[in-house]
Design a protein around this ligand. Structure first.
Ligand SMILES: Cc1ncc(COP(=O)(O)O)c(C=O)c1O
Length: 347
């Protein structure tokens, strides 16, 4: 992509590599794209969650409700903010938390809720806001998705993004962002990403070295205008799977009502998911389950699960989910090949 090469060369020529004009411009452009007041670029999507939680006022000993069925980093970031993750269940058909599953996990010590827009599907953030707690949307997998016309990331009190190269809006390494309409949350996030300092001379609180660099921001400014087109291509691939009859062989992804998901991953459900994956692999088709062992059963984070924790939606999703090939350039032939292979089923 010549525009990308030119933008990166411009940064190298300019000699300004960290938190410079490219970062400021990207922060403005991404905030405008989402329809929020502030964007704070940080080093990755995991730091973004930790910093955003602290900026929202979460402190040591507070509880934060989050799903166990997510990429492990969601839970890790809660712990790194000093808080205790309280696992809530998900709807095994949408893969997202619901107002009911979150409500069931709230206690007097709950300080915030972190719904995850998993696989590019939308969690019901407007309903979650009615629970009366700060909502931090983990939008790492949902850049560009909308719910009733509002973008993922623009519905909660704050939201976080990852720009890891596999994400819908990628950069060329690690990158992340916190977005919010709240001036105070944005100010505190800016301070925390730079060692807890506003002026690089006085250090007001212990923070982080978590900055987006200029090369990544320059790349993101070139790629952001492509995001909607890429997401449309992913939705077209999902529609092609449906037209080709995939739903006769596996349970198709269920989008939230009123949403435009962005299919970061195209995740179906099947009772013998791993056997189906093996059958697809035998035909050269890559398919896999991402979160077979959810966070409440991972060695590092099982300690946060109370004895007898019952998360039936999580267990069902963990057992049955299977990500099929998805991308911005999935051909009709590839779609037919996957559907044929699913039709043949597990060996
Ligand atoms: C749901 C979710 N949350 C958080 C993260 C963490 O992002 P990063 O890898 O940029 O730290 C990811 C990245 O894979 C993710 O998928």
């Amino acid at each position: 992509m010549p525009a990308l090469t030119e933008a990166l060369s411009g940064v190298i020529r300019g000699g300004n590599y960290v938190l410079g004009p490219q970062v400021s411009a990207f922060e403005r452009e991404f905030a405008d794209y989402l329809g929020v007041a502030h964007c704070v670029g940080v080093a990755n999507g995991t730091d973004a969650i930790t910093i955003a939680l602290r900026a929202l006022g979460v402190e040591a000993g507070d509880e934060v409700v989050c799903p166990s069925f997510t990429f492990y980093a969601t839970v890790e970031a809660v712990v790194n903010a000093g808080a205790t993750p309280v696992y809530c269940d998900i709807d095994s058909e949408t893969f997202c938390v619901t107002a009911e599953t979150v409500r069931a996990a709230i206690t007097p010590r709950t300080k915030a809720v972190v719904p995850v827009h998993l696989f590019g599907n939308l969690a019901p953030v407007p309903e979650l806001r009615e629970l009366g707690l700060p909502v931090l949307e983990d939008s790492a997998q949902a850049a560009g998705a909308t719910l009733d016309g509002e973008r993922a990331g623009a519905m909660g009190h704050a939201a976080t993004f990852s720009f890891f190269p596999s994400k819908n809006l990628p950069c060329l390494g690690d990158g992340g962002a916190i977005v919010t309409d709240d001036d105070d949350v944005a100010r505190r996030a800016r301070r925390l990403r730079f060692h807890g300092s506003d002026d690089k001379a006085t250090f007001l609180e212990v923070g982080y070295n978590s900055r987006l660099d200029e090369l990544q921001a320059a790349a993101l400014r070139i790629l952001l205008p492509e995001l909607d087109g890429w997401n449309a291509a992913r939705r077209a691939a999902a529609a092609a799977y449906e037209r080709a009859g995939l739903g006769n062989h596996v349970a198709l992804p269920l989008a939230a009502v009123g949403s435009q998901p962005v299919h970061h991953l195209y995740v179906v459900r099947h009772d013998k998911a791993d056997e189906l994956a093996a059958a697809l692999a035998a035909r050269g088709i890559g398919a896999r389950g991402y979160y077979r062992v959810p966070a409440h059963r991972q060695p590092a984070t099982a300690c946060f699960a109370p004895a007898g924790l019952h998360l039936p939606g999580t267990e069902e999703a963990a057992r049955t989910h299977l990500a099929l090939p998805m991308g911005t350039a999935l051909s009709g032939d590839a779609v037919r090949e996957v559907v044929d292979a699913c039709a043949s089923g597990p060996a």
